[in-house]
Design a binder for this molecule. Structure first.
Ligand SMILES: [Zn+2]
Length: 73
């Protein structure tokens, strides 16, 4: 069975559960028993990065298609 990462909306607890796909809706927070949990999608790059400097938007939102006054892009 795959591991799913969840975050509790009630208390903020982050946790992982081994769940069958059909049981994903039954996930509950281990800290407060809340059913208000959301699944977290953590990509591999996010987990491996460490430095957090690979974010594409680090430049401040300037893109080629929208920027008309910047010569740096
Ligand atoms: Zn909780």
């Amino acid at each position: 069975m795959p591991t799913y990462d969840f975050a509790c909306k009630a208390c903020g607890q982050k946790f992982s559960l081994f769940l069958a796909i059909k049981d994903k809706d039954k996930a509950t927070c281990p800290a407060c028993d809340s059913r208000e949990v959301v699944q977290r999608f953590t990509g591999f790059m996010f987990n491996r990065g460490g430095g957090g400097t690979t974010t594409p938007s680090a430049g401040g939102g300037c893109t080629r298609s929208s920027c008309s006054g910047c010569s740096g892009c």
